[in-house]
Ligand binder design. Structure first.
Ligand code: PMV
Length: 327
């Protein structure tokens, strides 16, 4: 009745933005990501027959809003197993939560992975990806490691809106420097941001129409290990997603000044021949993806930007997996 799992955040290179079904978390577009290595969520789940309700501890504290989302996720697992036991959940991140670093992706991937095992459910990774998606869209991708694509899917019940691995991390071991420019929780979460964008941004249809082509270019770049092609398509997708969100009413501006200055630094480095590109999600942190040989130079350049508080550094890692209970 007890299990512990680890999962890592992922960073989309071709972005997910917009839901075709908010209840099931079905996306309007497919997306493509890389799973990180040294940033992690570790989660211990224990089901207790006879216990009413769930007890949740996140980084050693209780958080009512997050506890509700976790209980909803546990409800999906309980429904699969046909039980109504309450659970004890203890989860820890080794990186700042809720600041555009996809803590919900690693968090729900680890929760589904541990919870399914604690209940003795023998779910395939694809089935786990579907469950994780229902809790937080991008969590579908953190079930897998390396380079991952999450399909838009066509079915109304969402059973085909699932992630799949494209290439292992070791097959193309890029590195990622994360420039932390603020540790404050973001003001507009991704669900509200996506809703506002879909309702008010005049670019929504163009975003949807152009996504398939972007996914094709990114898939080809990964297959060919073509860094320049991956750099071009990733910065394009990132800036296009932000242009879409900026054009909502009121406009969604997730960047601060340091985020923008980091973008200029990354482009300046690339002009000097350094293999690096940036991407930014619904928050102010900038992620710089680079060849392993460039990581020290990239970190030094980002650390030098006024307003950058810290620069984290990680490789690409595996998908969700079991860990010892005494982690
Ligand atoms: O999974 P959510 O609801 O946190 O949305 C993630 C949205 C982006 O991070 C901005 C893009 C992506 O594909 O991860």
């Amino acid at each position: 009745m007890r299990a512990a799992s680890q999962a890592q955040p992922n960073i989309a290179l071709v972005k997910y933005w917009g839901k075709r079904d908010a209840a099931l978390n079905l996306p309007v577009v497919g997306s493509l990501s890389i799973t990180l290595e040294s940033l992690w969520t570790r989660t211990d789940v224990r089901f207790v027959p006879g216990q009413q309700g769930d007890r949740v501890s996140l980084n050693g504290r209780s958080d009512e809003a997050e506890a509700k989302r976790i209980s909803k996720c546990l409800d999906l697992l309980r429904a699969c197993a046909g039980v109504d036991y309450g659970a004890e959940v203890a989860s820890r991140n080794n990186f700042p939560t809720a600041a555009g670093l996809a803590s919900s992706a690693s968090g729900f991937a680890a929760l589904v992975h541990a919870g399914a095992r604690a209940l003795g459910l023998e779910l395939s990774l694809a089935e786990q990806s579907v469950l994780a998606r229902r809790c937080s869209g991008s969590a579908a991708r953190s079930i897998f490691g390396g380079y991952v694509e999450w399909a838009h899917g066509k079915l109304a019940d969402g059973t085909d809106s699932v992630a799949r691995p494209l290439l292992d991390a070791e097959a193309w071991p890029l590195r990622v420097a994360v420039a932390i420019t603020s540790t404050a929780a973001k003001q507009v979460g991704s669900t509200e941001g996506m809703r506002r964008t879909a309702e008010t941004s005049p670019y929504q249809s163009a975003w949807i129409e152009t996504q398939e082509a972007d996914l094709g270019v990114a898939r080809d770049a990964i297959r060919a290990r073509d860094f320049d092609a991956l750099a071009r398509i990733s910065e394009y997708s990132c800036l296009k997603m932000h242009a879409l969100a900026l054009a909502a009413q009121p406009g969604l501006l997730y960047w601060n000044g340091a985020t923008v200055e980091c973008m200029h630094r990354v482009r300046a480095l690339r002009q000097q021949g350094v293999p690096v590109f940036f991407t930014v999600d619904a928050g102010p942190q900038l992620k710089a993806v680079c060849a392993p040989s460039a990581i020290e130079q990239v970190k030094a350049a980002l650390r030098d930007v006024p307003g950058v508080l810290e620069v984290l550094d990680t490789g690409l890692g595996e998908g969700a997996r079991a860990i010892a209970l005494d982690w």
